[in-house]
Ligand binder design. Sequence first.
Ligand SMILES: CC(C)(COP(=O)(O)OP(=O)(O)OC[C@H]1O[C@@H](n2cnc3c(N)ncnc32)[C@H](O)[C@@H]1OP(=O)(O)O)[C@@H](O)C(=O)NCCC(=O)NCCS
Length: 95
Amino acid sequence: MYQAQATWKRAGFFGKQYWGKGYATEAASAAIKHTFANFDVTEIVAITYRNNWTSRKVMEKLGFKHNPLRDFDHPKLPRTSKMLPHVLYSFKNGG
Ligand SMILES: CC(C)(COP(=O)(O)OP(=O)(O)OC[C@H]1O[C@@H](n2cnc3c(N)ncnc32)[C@H](O)[C@@H]1OP(=O)(O)O)[C@@H](O)C(=O)NCCC(=O)NCCS
């Protein structure tokens, strides 16, 4: 019925020394389980800029699937920004 957007943007808040230890994956995994268990949500989507390979790896490890047809240019970024092209991944309840 509803669509939720997952974000681990703030995970960077913890500092670079904590990256690569599985924290973002663990936190997002718990958030996904909590969302499907407690809300009438059929799909969770996650976005990042195209070249953010670390973030994309986290999405893929979690089971998110990339759907190129839903990729988009971020409407709030200048056309010249390297972060303009965004990718969209989705995770559907029950696969
Ligand atoms: C993205 C971010 C939140 C990931 O957090 P994290 O706790 O380091 O993530 P995890 O440790 O759970 O997983 C990272 C995975 O990416 C992999 N990875 C790291 N750099 C990579 C790269 N350049 N290309 C591909 N994979 C990469 C790691 O090896 C790891 O995978 P593995 O467990 O199979 O080895 C963190 O890097 C960050 O805060 N980055 C800056 C801000 C940002 O980009 N936020 C996201 C905006 S959408």
